[in-house]
Structure formats: C-alpha cells, structure tokens
Design a protein around this ligand. Structure first.
Ligand code: FA5
Length: 354
C-alpha cells in the first residue's frame, strides 16, 4: 500500500505540474477524488489487505487524500489569481455585465462650467490663476479695504482655523492682492494689462437653502490698465453671459456696496427656473444675484502695489465675482443648489460639456 501511494503521489505531482487552467485542474480532481477516482480505488483495496495492517493503511490513504485536497485548493487559488491579473492587465478586460463597477466617470457640473468660462476668458486674453483655499485675514479682508471690525465683514461669516490669522476663504476676491503683485511689474514696465480670472471654492457660515450653500464656487476676474472704465466691465460681462448661455438672458445692473469697488454693482440674472415668476431657487424674487462687480477701489490698487499715494488714479480697473455655482444652477436648470454637494452620482453624471 505504501509503495502504491508513493507511486500515485509521484503521478499526481507530475500531472499537477502540467495543470494550467481550471478545466485541466477539474479533470485531475475527477481522476483522483471522484467516486471512481484513484483515492476511491485505494479505499476498495483496503478491504483486501489483512486486518492488522488496515489501520495503518487507512491512515496513509487518508493523509494522502487530505494532502491532495489541499494541493487542489492551493492550485485553484493560484489559477484564479493569475486569471484576475491577466484580466486587469488585458485590454479586453471590460465586462459589460458589471455596470456598477465599470461606471464611466464624468465631470462635476461645476467643473464643466468652470472650464467653459476659463476658455471664454482665455480667448479674450485673460490668464487663468489658481489660489489657495486657506488664506490670511489680510488678503481676505484688509487688502480689500475691509479693516478689522468693519461691518462689511458680517456679510461673510466664515470659518477661522485654530492657526492664528488663518481662515477658509469666503470669496475669491481674496486673491486680488496677490494677482496684482504677480502681474503689476509687467503692467508698469512693459505696459501689459492685467487680465486674470481666478476660480475657486469659497466657504461661508450660511443658513443653507435652495440657493445658498456653505461651500460654493466663485470665479473672480480683474482687468487693470490705463483708462479702464465701466464700459469695459459691461462689455466683458455681456460677452461672458451670451457665450455661456447661448441664448438671450435678461440681466439687470443695480448699485451694490462692496468696500473694494467704487462704484459697485450687483448684476442679477432673471431666474431661468421660473422665468422671473418667483420660485424657491430665486427666493421668490424672480431674480438671482449672480455677479457683483465694479471699479476697483483706489485703496485696493494702492495696497496691491499698482498705484502710489501720489498718483492714485494712474491705473484703473474693474473686478467681478461671479457665483459659479449659481451660474451652473441656471445653465443646467438645477432647482436646488444642494444637489451639487450631495454626491448623488445619478444626478451629477447627467451633465456633459458642449
Ligand atoms: C462677493 O463675494 C464679492 N467678493 C464679489 C465681488 C467681486 C464684488 C469683485 C465686486 C467685485 P457676494 O457675497 O455677493 O460678493 O458673492 C458673490 C456671488 O457669489 C453671489 O452673487 C452669488 O452668486 C455667489 N454666492 C454668495 N454666497 C453664496 C452662497 N452661500 N451659496 C452660493 N452662492 C453664493
């Protein structure tokens, strides 16, 4: 019996070394472990040997059986793993029957609108700038003519970090000062106008409703040169809106107060969800504040190193702060701003760029 098992073991080892897939493994399994397989035949031989040898022989057969079962299991794992790796690395690994796992990614609607605007402004000669989400008090407020304890700070209650003087930016205007320093030299030495847009995420401690979020996006823009006037501002605002909406939209310009512009305006868009009749998306007013703007205040130009005290009007400029999230609401007909942050892929994957 011992010799027979030894011989079978050698045969098994040899045949196992030739197994390369689940099918040949199964064939080998049937040859050894099925009802008529080699192990069963060993068991029937057991009946023929003398009683006193049966116990030892039975133990040998059992140990052989357990050993080959383990080797089958190990081989099966090895084959499955190799198959998985082959599928992952193979170009034909796409499996249509696994829609959830293979779901095609899509851009967030805010990203789509942001990229579209970046292209529109780039085509008009604007640089696209990036700016951090954590800023200091000076850049977010003081450099924008909003000194400490100024009541205008109340309009932008934001999140202060435990690190002194650091906060999450409450508006993209926080980048104005840095952009002026970045491009001011080129303006003054080479006469290259400053034209820049800078999109970014903003944070405010807001009461959330259908048109207010505590985390939302804006896109700021500034243009500074000699003799920049309100006419330039209106031209760029009109061009931007007609390109984004690709249809007639009704806008209104009304006076607005922001310490960093003088004069300042609110540019509102007639609500495209209710066509001006009033709905929760526009707080029942028929209008949505979309893009405050104005002529950059002389103090801001001075603090940005553009003008000096002696010549405070050498250069002039305009600035605007477009509510990118609200623009996306209007463009795509999204009734509730919270849809953008909820992470519901069924809602968010429906948007495509033009
Ligand atoms: C500002 O943030 C100014 N920094 C804009 C500015 C820039 C004015 C340059 C003048 C010159 P305001 O707080 O109004 O302004 O916000 C600008 C726009 O951001 C709003 O019109 C609105 O479209 C959007 N916005 C403001 N708060 C929220 C909010 N909580 N949720 C969604 N969008 C918001």
């Amino acid at each position: 019996m011992k010799d027979h098992i030894k011989e079978l073991n050698e045969r098994f080892t040899k045949e196992m070394s030739q197994v390369c897939d689940q099918r040949s493994l199964e064939e080998l399994r049937l040859a050894f472990l099925s009802k008529k397989g080699q192990v069963s035949q060993l068991m029937s031989e057991l009946a023929k040997i003398p009683n006193e040898q049966k116990k030892e022989a039975g133990a040998l057969i059992n140990s052989f059986k357990q050993d080959i079962i383990k080797r089958f299991d190990d081989k099966l794992e090895e084959i499955k793993k190799a198959e998985e790796e082959r599928l992952i690395s193979s170009a034909e690994s796409y499996d249509e029957s696994l829609p959830e796992k293979r779901r095609k990614g899509s851009y967030h609607p805010i990203t789509l609108v942001q990229r579209e605007l970046e292209q529109i402004f780039a085509s008009m000669g604007f640089d696209v700038e990036d700016y951090s989400e954590i800023v200091d008090d000076y850049h977010c407020f003081e450099a924008l003519n909003i000194p400490k304890f100024h009541p205008a700070r109340d309009m932008q209650d934001t999140y202060y970090l435990s690190t002194p003087n650091q906060l999450l930016k409450s508006h993209t205007s926080a980048a104005q000062n840095a952009i002026m320093y970045k491009y001011g030299k080129l303006l003054k030495e080479n006469g290259r106008p400053i034209r820049a847009v800078f999109p970014g995420r903003c944070f405010r401690n807001e009461a959330i409703d259908a048109c207010h979020e505590n985390t939302f996006f804006q896109m700021e823009g500034i243009m500074i040169d000699k003799n920049i006037s309100i006419s330039n501002l209106i031209y760029f605002m009109k061009t931007m809106l007609s390109e984004v909406f690709e249809r007639d939209v009704t806008v209104r310009l009304r006076p607005g107060f922001f310490p960093f512009v003088e004069p300042g305006f609110e540019l509102d868009i007639q609500c495209l969800i209710c066509n001006g009749d009033g709905c929760p998306s526009c707080k029942n007013t028929g209008w949505l504040e979309l893009c405050p703007c104005g002529m950059i205040h002389p103090n801001v130009l001075r603090m940005g190193g553009i003008n000096t005290e002696d010549d405070p009007y050498a250069y002039t400029g305009f600035a605007f702060g477009l509510g990118l999230t609200r623009l996306a609401m209007m463009k795509y007909g999204v009734k509730d701003i919270r849809t953008f942050n909820e992470g519901d892929l069924n809602a968010l994957s429906q948007f495509v760029s033009k």
